[in-house]
Design a protein around this ligand. Sequence first.
Ligand SMILES: Nc1ncnc2c1ncn2[C@@H]1O[C@H](COP(=O)(O)OP(=O)(O)O)[C@@H](O)[C@H]1O
Ligand SMILES: [Mg+2]
Length: 504
Amino acid sequence: MDSVIKQRLLKARKDPVFFGEHFLNNTQMKPYSLEPQQKLFLRDKSPYKILFCSRRSGKTLTMIIDILHNAFFRKNQQIVLLAPTQDQAKTFANVMNDMILRSPMLQSSFIVDNKLEKQLSNGSRINFKTTGAQSGQKQNSAVVGNSVNVLYIDECQAMDAESMSTIMPVVTGQLGQAEIVLAGTPRNRAGFFYNNITNAKTIRESYVDNGKARACPHGGRYSLHRFQITDLDEDGNVAYSRAEYRLSIDELETIKDTIGKEMFLREYALEFLDSISMPYYAELRRMAGFLKEPKYFGSREIAVGGIDFGKRRNNSVLTVATQTPTHDWEAKYFKVWPLGTKYKDITHYLLKILPMQFPNFQTLSIDRTGVGESIAESLEDSVPYNMLDVIFSQPKKVDLVENSINLMESRMVSYYEHPKLGEEMDDYTRETTENERIIYQKGASDDFIDSFNLCNLSISDYIKNGGVKTTPFRSYSLGTNVFGNKQYRQKSRKRWSDYLNKKR
Ligand SMILES: Nc1ncnc2c1ncn2[C@@H]1O[C@H](COP(=O)(O)OP(=O)(O)O)[C@@H](O)[C@H]1O
Ligand SMILES: [Mg+2]
């Protein structure tokens, strides 16, 4: 081998920054010149690292360089990138593919080069995965597998709690074997990502103390890299940009006007939401709540729903969401039964009429507390769809609300804001207690919001576990199956509260 190339390879092996700046080209086919925070991260040899950085600060780019460096210079590595949705995993893979295509030196090393699965001639593999949408995996442990050497999680703040709680024991159980990189922006003051940020081992910021590591009081396991690209001044104007050459102050101002100040502070200035705040904040509602009330109550699309039974003061409300051709969801059907409606009428509706209005109805989440119990019992063996039980309690309520917000923020769900739903969203607040527990306070009524949240739970369940299973013998029979028995669509029934209990 040419000795100059050999020298450069040796240097690249030792220094991921040299690798990034000499072996990888940017979109103008020029070598990258990395920014200080990116260099600091790439040269950090800690096995557990967090990229806690503003949006568009180069997290994805930095991780790709790190992944490629690990894959090229270490043999037989199993490298996995996880993202909250299939789309995000694909986007990440696409950016990496394009980068490889622009860097001819690297291309010949790939012996398997599929979009979501790559293998190099040195035996290292890179896989892109999601734990959620369309993965078809119920057990997240199987998604990650226990032979992983390096696990990267992008947009970690949007990973659902259940996935994180099942993945991380698998990975961290391998006693120092797996290295972990988490990347993300702020979300709530709770959860896996938040906990590891607040309990980091050390923190580094390229613009403080020349990036020297500062010890953190609680002394956790992660080396935290914080990079805040901008901030607002006292008048609410964008004060600076730490990457002005590619993200100008003017551009940041435009972004601020588009997404609103609260979201801007969170996404670009790394501020967690205040300890008392509106979970259903104005920008979120504007972004997601744009649908009109539908003309007809019914649809042939795949549908799921949630029902809250009125107790004492409240009405009973059903929310139905349908799947769009692009696999997003529209929660726009609301049905209300006034206080005093006979429960028999509601069960009749759920049993007979709902499946006619929505012939592809898949999953109904039901509040099992109080009257819900007997209603659920009278329905469970007869309805042609899945039923998901929820027993309300504070922690479960938190999960339900966060689930809705996650789906709305990631654009999976848009909705019609029924005036009553709007009122209830206005009255909903989030409080964090001294020991960091989150409590939601509701207003006078909560029937719409509960039903809406339950509907969103059904959406998440459908994405994860699929809908009503049809029997494999179906096509052989007309009304009866091959055994001569009357044929039913098989239903699965699970208690959502059960798997929540296991997790806690
Ligand atoms: N050092 C750099 N040189 C050139 N472009 C960069 C650099 N760092 C980031 N970028 C570009 O800035 C944009 C945002 O980066 P990205 O990695 O997607 O950020 P994040 O994942 O933090 O949102 C991308 O187009 C990326 O290519
Ligand atoms: Mg990114």
